[in-house]
Design a protein around this ligand. Structure first.
Ligand code: NIG
Ligand code: FE
Length: 390
């Protein structure tokens, strides 16, 4: 397989603290990077780069690890523009709109769902994202949830079983019976296509006991737990995530100090979703509190047709810097290495020999421009697994 060198990278984020200036971003100035067999083979100064079969001159542009978007809901059909419009006229977000998407998703053919998912993944790639997690949760019957995960698996290995998104419409008066279905027959049908199990722990969705029952059953089937926690109100979701050793607790909009201590102690990543607060006009979580408490923070889009219909990690980085008290360096780390931690992956989210050659080239002299130039399409090139995709 031919080797490729990307040379004259003005500023390279490696997320390898052993490299460069010793900061968490492991910045290397005037860098080069060699790709071999889909992986990073060498990183160093451009002047010392070994020869390769193909040469790409970055012309002083910055490069970063491809973004790792560790939370999205992309197996769906239908449109919720009207709901968004109503929200922007003052209606609150309640998660009730999930039912609208469930109806449309159930009616859609496999081909439509798969094409919609593929189109969104392509949109993400063009914005520099090379690893994407996505979930079921708009089917809410055994067959529909298994179908969603089977289709998702054809696009990404990072799939999450979210049968516990809301109580299925057939069970509206019996959340416990629906919980038993999710933790039993539905889990059995979905586990072969999923890597994680998730539940929306919230008033009106699943309470602490129901959440615990579903995640524990998923764990027994070999799935890794993650939780939609503390999104619309303060509840037990974060504590349950920490107690069960979940890979991440996602949203974390309403937290107290005990929640942050539990996350720090357990090592559970807090996945913050600025697109969701933006699109639901909710107050943003203060990432500074999480970082000062020693919590690992990931940033992700939560891309879904209801609460956060953005596929853009650059947008999330910019909002996290402006509204959530993160520095540009912290936000970049959380959108790459943080996302990889939330997915328990060490081959992505960083650039070092042996890591996957997922590289996003920016039309900018440094990664700081992602926050400094919000809304500007700065992605100039994307390699995924060593292959130039954009
Ligand atoms: O992460 N909180 C629950 N689920 C999604 C919203 C899904 C929807 O509104 O369709 C979320 O925000
Ligand atoms: Fe979500």
């Amino acid at each position: 397989m031919p080797t490729t060198v990307i040379t004259h990278i003005g500023s390279l984020v490696t997320n390898d603290p052993a490299r460069g200036d010793g900061s968490p971003l492991g910045l290397v100035q005037d860098a080069a990077l060699v790709i071999e067999d889909g992986a990073v083979a060498w990183i160093g100064r451009a002047s010392e780069a070994p020869a390769a079969d193909e040469v790409h001159d970055a012309g002083g542009r910055a490069a970063i690890p491809g973004f790792v978007d560790s939370h999205s809901h992309l197996v769906y059909a239908g449109d919720r523009t009207a709901e968004f419009n109503a929200r922007m006229s003052g209606r609150p977000y309640t998660a009730g709109g999930i039912r609208t998407t469930v109806r449309a998703t159930r009616e859609a053919a496999d081909e439509e769902l798969s094409a919609n998912l593929g189109a969104h993944l392509r949109e993400m790639l063009r914005q520099g994202t090379t690893t994407v997690e996505t979930k079921s949760g708009y089917g809410l019957t055994t067959d529909q949830e298994a179908r969603a995960l089977r289709l998702a698996r054809e696009h990404t290995p990072e799939t999450t079983f979210l049968g516990a998104h809301i109580v299925g419409p057939e069970f509206e008066d019996d959340a416990d019976a629906y919980t038993a279905l999710v933790a039993g027959e539905m889990l059995d049908a979905c586990a072969p296509y999923a890597r994680y199990v998730d539940a929306f722990c919230e008033k009106g969705a699943f309470d602490g006991d129901q959440t615990r029952a579903i995640l524990t059953a998923g764990k027994a089937k070999g799935l890794i737990p993650r939780v939609h926690a503390n999104q619309l109100s303060h509840g037990p979701g974060i504590q349950i995530a920490a107690e069960l050793g979940a890979a991440s607790a996602d949203h974390c909009t309403h937290t107290d100090d005990a929640d942050l201590a539990a996350l720090a102690d357990s090592g559970t990543v807090a996945t913050l979703l600025p697109g969701c607060e933006f699109s639901t006009r909710s107050p943003y979580p203060d990432a500074r509190r999480f970082l000062e408490a020693g919590v690992t923070v990931a940033l992700s889009t939560d891309c879904n047709p209801g609460s956060s219909y953005t596929s853009s990690m650059p947008f999330c980085v910019a909002v996290a810097v402006r509204e959530m008290n993160m520095t540009p360096d912290e936000a970049l780390w959380s959108a790459t290495a943080g996302g990889a931690r939330a997915l328990l992956r060490d081959d992505v989210g960083r650039l070092a020999p042996g890591a996957r050659a997922d590289i996003t080239l920016l039309d900018a002299p440094s990664h700081v421009h992602l926050a400094y130039r919000p809304g500007v399409p700065l992605v100039a090139g994307v390699w995924r697994g060593g292959v130039r995709e954009v």
